[in-house]
Design a protein around this ligand. Structure first.
Ligand SMILES: *[C@@H]1O[C@H](CO)[C@@H](O)[C@H](O)[C@H]1NC(C)=O
Ligand SMILES: *[C@@H]1O[C@H](CO)[C@@H](O)[C@H](O)[C@H]1NC(C)=O
Length: 340
């Protein structure tokens, strides 16, 4: 492909999607599906919503047999998490790992396309961090013995694993996370699996709105705002993902991709910046970025995947903004018109 075409194609695709409306395209975007709400629709209804809005990928924090059954034969890719509290037993006991796999994955193998199995959510750094690598290894051993080629094992980390991230080239793991992260990323490198990262420009902005620019966190800047060596950045999400790439490179790991496993913006719940308008702007640009297959300045040729946090407003989360990250109300109506 000529270099002009390589540059033009993503923007043409973006333009195309823009004109035909996002609903017309198969959304190459994932959504987190959490269940901490007392009036959420049945899993079967939720799967109908995924299909209606052409959501192709879903991430579940933990196994739920009703949800997995509803996803059977849906064609939707599933990322399935091992609960944090299950990590110690799965890490130390191959029988417990096999039991987990046989209960929650194996029965669905023919009818669900599992994309990633994730060992824990944001446990590095912390007391459970030591269990992540051995838990991943125990699950990987089972996958190898069954010869399930498409299935990748990983874990989900947040920016707490980074001691430095601004500018992106300063990206490095925090001292208290480093030993565990080095083992984890070497495993991911050996197994050609990505690192899943939760990225929240909202929090960076809301905690320091006088110093962080709104257009930088909302993807609305029209020119680069951060120059980092040869690389220029017009949005914080790219900068944070690249900080992870730099941190991995400093440990000698250059071929592990990042997947944005959570990102989003709250529409309510207190604070000046949690509004439907800002949430809509953020998530619309997020969807467009991933539809256009725009990766990051440091790894422009990589395929970057993204999952919006989250499908529903969940009223059993702590009160405040935590309850208002959903694209949909529990009755299935959109909180704001994202997909039109
Ligand atoms: C390993 O896990 C299995 C299944 O959960 C359990 O029955 C067994 O007692 C565990 N073994 C040890 C040493 O904890
Ligand atoms: C990765 O592979 C290398 C070479 O086979 C091996 O020495 C190392 O132990 C592996 N590391 C992990 C964490 O799997």
């Amino acid at each position: 492909m000529s270099s002009t075409l390589t540059i033009l194609l993503p923007s043409l695709l973006a333009l195309l999607h823009y004109h035909i409306g996002i609903t017309e395209a198969q959304l190459d975007i994932g959504v987190n599906y959490g269940m901490a709400g007392d009036s959420l629709p049945s899993p079967a209804t939720v799967v109908q919503l995924f299909k209606k809005y052409r959501i192709q990928k879903v991430r579940l924090l933990e196994p739920n047999s009703d949800v997995l059954e509803a996803l059977e034969d849906s064609g939707i890719d599933v990322t399935l998490g091992i609960k944090n509290e299950d990590l110690p037993s799965i890490a130390s006991n191959a029988t417990a790992a096999e039991r987990w796999f046989n209960n929650h994955v194996e029965p669905y193998i023919p009818v669900i396309n599992f994309q990633y199995i994730t060992a824990g959510n944001e446990v590095v750094p912390g007391d459970l961090a030591q269990y992540v690598l051995p838990a991943m290894q125990n699950i990987q051993n089972i996958i190898n013995s069954y010869e399930y080629d498409g299935l990748r094992v990983s874990t989900v980390v947040g920016t707490a694993t980074l001691g430095s991230l601004d500018p992106p080239s300063s990206g490095a793991f925090a001292d208290e996370a480093r030993a565990d992260m080095v083992g984890i990323i070497n495993f991911l490198s050996n197994t050609s699996s990505p690192l899943l990262v939760n990225v929240y420009p909202y929090f960076a902005f809301a905690s320091d709105p006088n110093h962080v620019r709104l257009d930088y966190v909302q993807f609305t800047a029209t020119s680069p705002l951060v120059q980092d060596g040869k690389l220029s950045y017009s949005n914080m999400l790219d900068a944070i993902v690249d900080a992870f790439y730099w941190a991995m490179e400093k440990e000698g790991v250059s071929y592990v991709d990042a997947v944005v496993s959570e990102s989003g913006w709250p529409s309510d719940g207190g604070g000046l910046w949690a509004t439907p308008q800002l949430a809509k702007t953020y998530n619309q640009h997020f969807v467009k970025k991933f539809l256009a297959k725009q990766a990051t300045p440091k790894r422009p040729d990589r395929y970057l995947e993204g999952f919006i946090y989250t499908m529903f407003n969940e009223n059993q989360k702590p009160s405040g903004v935590d309850q208002h990250w959903g694209l949909f109300y529990p009755d299935g109506t959109p909180v704001y018109p994202l997909f039109s």
